[in-house]
Design a protein around this ligand. Sequence first.
Ligand SMILES: [Zn+2]
Length: 562
Amino acid sequence: MNPAIPPFCNYLYEKTSIGGMRPVQIVRQDKDCPAAHRFLRQNAEGCHGGARFLRQNAEGCHGETRILRQNAEGRHALRGAAAAGRAVFAPNLRDGLAATAKNAYYCGNENEMRRGIVLFVVAVLGAAARPAEPAAAAAAARPLDERLSEATLRLDYIFSGTDKTCEIAVDELSRLEGWAGRRTHMAEVPLRGNGQVCMTAAASGDTLYRMSFSTLFQEWQATEEATTTRKAFENVFLVPMPSVEARITVRLFDFHGNVSSEMKHVVKPGDILIRPVGSETTPHEWIWKGGKDLDSNLDAEHRIDLAIVAEGYTEEEMDLFMADAREAMSSLWAHEPFGSLKEKFNIVCVKSPSMETNVSVPRRKLWKDTAVGSHFDTFYSDRYLTTLNLFRLHDILAGIPYEHIIILANTNTYGGGGIYNSYTLTTAHHPGFRPVVVHEFGHSFAGLADEYYYDDQYEEQYYPDTEPWEQNITTMKDFSSKWEDMVGMKFSNQESAIEWRGKKADPGTVTVGTYEGGGYQSKGVWRGSLDCRMNTNSYPAFCPVCQRAIGRMIEFYTVEID
Ligand SMILES: [Zn+2]
């Protein structure tokens, strides 16, 4: 569902100074195009605030949008899509294009995808997809290495710098009781990410724990502002509390996967300045414990702990938040392989109250006092809704078991963002809520790349000499590490095509292949299917390549090595 930008509107265009096309006037607006004015909004200085480039395909239809970042002077500041595994949203105009191009291809609903692909996912996951063990047979938590304790070390860092420099500094260390993270694959990372934290035992050098991540800081480094300004960003990572002296190494990578910045420090478990936190918790409520009784903790420690956090909801609006959180969960389960593997998750809703309702929209001069201080217009991009207050976010979560975070914003303004192993933040009351929250969680949980692209991309993020770490795009540098083994495989969407944009879609099959365009680039990057949840909001499912990647990630967190 894409309510914001319907498909077929005509505009007059003018060339912009950087080669894109800018709509300057609507020349035809049909009844399906009530929102066309969105493209023509101008700010006080006469610049197009949050305007987007459009491109036209051969049929004269608008096939693409692109974020145009504007700097404070109103100059177009768009530089290539940023470094981190983020995605703002699946652009709407592509959905319009898809209405003409895709019907002959595939449109299936979630149930059809289950029938068509669940067997494949089960095959891939093996034991991971088995039904949960009976409660009586639930095993005790897998013990951690003896050099780790059943507690969490929270690492607060400041990443600062410019487009070319980065400094990593420790802000504070704190200790939380209990360890909600994984108990398997401790010394491995499932994806390279744009950065990693590695903890080793000081005495032996053995790796005790590793994790990978992406950051908003690295995205910001690709903006115009970063060429003239030095800024600092908060980052928080959770690792198991070492019971021996440990060394922590934090690394950031550039577009080629090379280490661009590194910082090391030592953690002594007896350090009196490690602050104990989490004794007082924010009110919270579980809505899912692997499908088992919510009062039971049986087997809970073997599941992936997902926290859904309230943002922009006042005390009086917590019933609304809970309803929204259940909607997010329902949408997640409606997407494979989450639906088939939902017994692998715990979901806790964190009722963090805001002083004011709604969230901040700077371009409208609306600033709200909210739980995590999120706002739209991140990096001057209308729809990019983020919070920079990572310390505050993790303070809210202290004492509650969590590994992954979805923040729901109490607003109907369209937007969101998802940063690998950091958080998903999305609008809860826009009609696109259900697909967008899952799309963004595809980024923050599974590290998936955006599969959409722009014809006018002029600054690359993915280079031919480097295979991206994201599992759903390739530069062909090392395709065998991606879905080469799936090419040519067909996944049936079965008999009943869904109603979509008022049309009956043709039944068909999803054929995995190499489709050029993805990761914001129209050339030099390939995706595995024509369409996907990581491509458009209207498409109803993850493509088979993304499904396998998500399944593998769930397996990484939950399946015993032995
Ligand atoms: Zn995909």
